[in-house]
Design a protein around this ligand. Structure first.
Ligand SMILES: [Zn+2]
Length: 505
């Protein structure tokens, strides 16, 4: 193959990739608009437009032309001559291509209809506590997911195939190892905390806090953290989210609750972590599908690092509590220590999204174990409510009184997002492990936080993680940043250190 021919092939491949990325950006803007204030009457037309554009993008990303370009570029003598970025782009595009072309279009279209019906049915079933009404839909979604696993091919276990969608390279064997370690140590720690006589007071959090002042404070904190407003914006939505259209246009949202002064604030800091990751991807990746976070777990490690490790730390509030008080004159009369402790309460609860930093991981382990039972052991949809309740009793010592606050609480399964839940706890573990390295490499890290000097922390993360986008895999990142593979002990040590102090254990 001649050099000119290779150059042309590469150029055609990059053109297709850029077109796919353009569809992604256009769809991203449309979704953002739908969720932040598009007029209700425009929704039907908008859904159609989204359907058409998604269809075009799917055609492009499964076209025989793209398949041919990939095959040419994958020849060893060609691949070895490509730059690191181009070679990684070929590998990643091949993975997406194979995943998409293995599903017959007709089967996929059926699945899109079924999963969207299932999501609507779930919403209704949750509101009416009607698991029996939802069960047939969930059975169908599970059955389609099983067909997809057959078509994609099972990895070490069938469930591994699902994990790989959200956390490339992650396996059941690896999760059994890290979650096993976590569960063994967190269950007794949670029990010791529950038995402590030193329970923090949280009553001061529940007053009427002006939403305008909350918004002002959220904007102030975003600037302090280093969120770039020349390349981003903050809006409101029912469910907070972050969307990275390109490093130059990253949009985050939050939700202000009048009776809770910190709910929006911690939500804003969380989304800021996702946003700063996307804002700091290197310029060389712009216009390619590598220009995005590398996995759900690594993305979540960044939102949780900023929200929990920094945002819920004592040094952070030593610096910013005075500013918060000024935004709500006469309302926050507790000391900074009481404020800090009040925002770090550990309490076994039934609802995942309201859980604290410690018990959150137990909520995830329960879901992980259930997903393994479904896909590796053939557990049926009809078995799930009882399984759920048994596991809550075992790990958290509480039992849901209804399915609505039990097995029906999360949207994920209704839409077929099996294998997603572990990302949240992986995020906590990655964040603790990275923070441990950061503490050693930035010896005055906590002094900087107490001084409100947060940019060195952001820059440290940008240099080691953010800039690489999808150029490095999650396991390559954790190895290169911390010098070793994922180790759950860092999260355990972090939680023990924090809560032994707060609960005087
Ligand atoms: Zn998140």
């Amino acid at each position: 193959m001649g050099t000119n021919h290779t150059t042309n092939t590469l150029q055609s491949f990059l053109d297709v990739n850029r077109q796919i990325k353009s569809y992604e950006e256009a769809l991203g803007v449309l979704y953002w608009d739908l969720r932040t204030g598009a007029p209700r009457k425009g929704m039907d037309t908008r859904s159609e437009v989204i359907g058409v554009l998604s269809g075009e993008m799917f055609k492009l990303s499964t076209s025989p032309q793209l398949g041919d370009l990939l095959s040419e570029l994958e020849q060893p003598e060609v691949l070895s001559g490509l730059s690191e970025i181009h070679s990684k782009l070929v590998t990643e595009t091949r993975k997406d291509y194979d995943r998409s072309v293995k599903i017959p279009p007709k089967l996929y279209q059926e699945y899109v209809v079924i999963s969207s019906q299932s999501e609507s049915k779930w919403e209704e079933a949750k509101a009416q506590n009607d698991y029996a009404g939802f069960q047939p839909y969930l059975e169908k979604v599970i059955s389609y997911t099983n067909q997809f696993i057959d078509l994609w091919g099972a990895k070490a276990t069938r469930y591994d195939t699902l994990l790989d969608q959200y956390e490339p390279g992650m396996t059941t064997a690896e999760l059994d190892r890290v979650f096993g370690g976590l569960r063994e140590q967190l269950v007794p720690l949670a029990a010791a905390i529950a038995a402590s006589p030193h329970q923090p007071d949280t009553s001061f959090l529940r007053q009427s806090y002006d939403k305008g002042a909350q918004k002002q404070f959220s904007l102030f904190i975003l600037k302090q953290l280093g969120f770039n407003f020349d390349a981003g914006r903050l809006d409101e939505s029912v469910h907070p989210f972050a969307t990275g259209l390109s490093p130059g246009d990253v949009r985050i949202t939050t939700r202000y609750l009048e009776d809770d002064v910190t709910s929006a604030l911690f939500g804003t800091i969380h989304e800021c972590g996702h946003g700063m990751y996307e804002q700091n991807i290197m310029g060389e990746l712009i216009g390619t599908t590598l220009c995005q976070g590398t996995s759900m777990g690594i993305h979540e490690s960044q939102s949780r690092f900023w929200e929990n490790v920094i945002g819920r730390s004592r040094p952070f509030w030593e610096r910013y509590y005075g500013d918060l008080q000024k935004h709500f004159p006469g309302q926050l009369n507790v000391s900074v220590d009481e404020f800090y402790r009040g925002n770090n309460v550990v309490q076994p609860s039934l609802i995942r999204i309201e859980a604290d930093e410690l018990t959150y991981n137990l909520h995830i382990i329960i879901r992980y174990e259930m997903e393994k039972l479904i896909f590796n052991e053939g557990a049926k949809a009809s078995d799930l409510p009882a399984l759920w309740n048994d596991k809550y009793k075992e790990y958290l010592g509480i039992t849901p009184s209804t399915d609505a606050e039990g097995v029906l609480q999360d949207v994920h399964w209704s839409g077929g997002a099996f294998g997603y839940f572990p990302s949240y706890s992986l995020g906590n573990m990655y964040a603790a492990q990275m923070a441990d390295t950061m503490e050693r490499e930035l010896p005055n890290m906590w002094g900087s936080v107490a001084d409100g000097q947060l940019l060195p922390l952001r820059d440290w993360l940008a240099e080691r993680i953010y800039k690489y986008g999808k150029l490095r895999t999650p396991s390559e990142l954790i190895q290169s940043v911390t010098g070793k593979p994922l180790d759950p002990q860092h999260l355990v040590t972090y939680l023990e250190r924090k809560y032994k102090d707060i609960y005087k254990l």
